[in-house]
Write a protein that binds this ligand. Structure first.
Ligand SMILES: NC(=O)C1=CN([C@@H]2O[C@H](COP(=O)(O)OP(=O)(O)OC[C@H]3O[C@@H](n4cnc5c(N)ncnc54)[C@H](O)[C@@H]3O)[C@@H](O)[C@H]2O)C=CC1
Ligand SMILES: CCCCCC(=O)/C=C/C=C\C=C\C=C\[C@@H](O)[C@@H](O)CCCC(=O)O
Length: 262
């Protein structure tokens, strides 16, 4: 897809990947409506991005994606401000092994809701123009990790859900593509807080010492490495059904490439 002139909705955009993805799309001439549960972080990012790309290009919406009505309001607000939605990025995600139900609510249920809402708004029968939906899974969507069982389950779920919808001829006929991004460890707060021992962060996973050792063995991607893969998917003429794994040692690797999506 050519990004210039398109409108994107991005969840979890106050910091980390979501903020970097927003900036990368703005740089290429898109308008971005980003959402986050963190109001002060969202407002700060809004100020920074508006200063670089203009007030009329970027809009922050306070939204807890685990709350259905707030998610619906996010779409209403984006449509009211920017009139259309061409790119949907379900990026918001958390680690919470003790509170695994919350992990499922945010990583899995909300990702499904965001996808279904985007499919509805992108449908030409509803006035949409088709579009691209990128769901952010993980290396942990492809491989197990005993320090993250609930998180791994949600990330496998994202992968299976997104690949399944990508096979559906209905969405293909509507000009809608769905792809999955699978980053390995990257240097956002999700990982750096654990390595640096920020208060409460190591309680979110099991066996934090094992996890830290594995980050040392596998290496840690920069946010720019992951953003580069994200943009590659969005800009591809056909990303439907793609699963893009990115890790520090091997870089970008498309998965399941010999399998058709339908
Ligand atoms: N950093 C990493 O190494 C990897 C991260 N991922 C995934 O990438 C995505 C983004 O993660 P990072 O940027 O690394 O994390 P991060 O923790 O830096 O940013 C996540 C953002 O999501 C927001 N968020 C959390 N719960 C929310 C909710 N209920 N509603 C709305 N916003 C909410 C947070 O406030 C935060 O701004 C997540 O889905 C994560 O699972 C995947 C693979 C590797
Ligand atoms: C600190 C947790 C952040 C989780 C964020 C995320 O989604 C990233 C996951 C990235 C990789 C997970 C890898 C787990 C692998 C292990 O279970 C093991 O199979 C690999 C061992 C490889 C090694 O020791 O070199």
């Amino acid at each position: 897809m050519k990004v210039l002139g398109k409108v994107a909705v991005i969840t979890g955009g106050a910091r980390g990947f979501g903020k970097a993805f927003s900036e990368a799309l703005l740089k290429r001439g898109a308008k971005v409506c980003f959402a986050d549960i963190d109001v002060s972080g969202g407002q700060q990012s809004q100020r920074e991005l508006a200063a670089k790309f203009g007030e009329t290009s970027v809009h922050f919406v306070k939204c807890d994606v685990a709350k259905e009505e707030e998610f619906r309001d996010l779409f209403r607000e984006c449509l009211s401000k920017f009139k259309k939605i061409n790119i949907m990025v379900n990026n918001a995600g958390i680690l919470d092994e003790a509170g695994w139900e919350k992990c499922i609510d945010v990583n899995m249920t909300a990702m499904m809701r965001g996808t279904y809402l985007a499919l509805e708004k992108m449908n030409p029968e509803n006035g949409g123009e088709g579009g691209t939906i990128i769901n952010v899974s993980s290396f942990a969507g492809l491989y197990p990790a005993h320090f993250l069982p609930a998180y791994v389950a949600t990330k496998h779920g994202i992968l299976g859900f997104t690949r399944s919808l990508a096979m559906d001829p209905l969405y293909q006929s509507q000009g809608i593509q769905l792809a999955t991004l699978c980053p390995a460890f990257a240097s956002t707060n999700m990982v750096t807080d654990i390595i640096q021992g920020e208060a409460g962060s190591r309680q979110k996973i099991l066996y934090p010492d094992v996890a830290i050792k594995i980050t040392e063995n596998m290496g840690i991607c920069s946010v720019a490495d992951i953003t580069d893969g994200f943009i590659e998917l969005v800009e591809k003429e056909n990303c439907n059904g793609d699963v893009l794994l990115i890790d520090k040692k091997n870089g970008k690797q498309y998965q399941f490439v010999n399998k058709t999506t339908s």
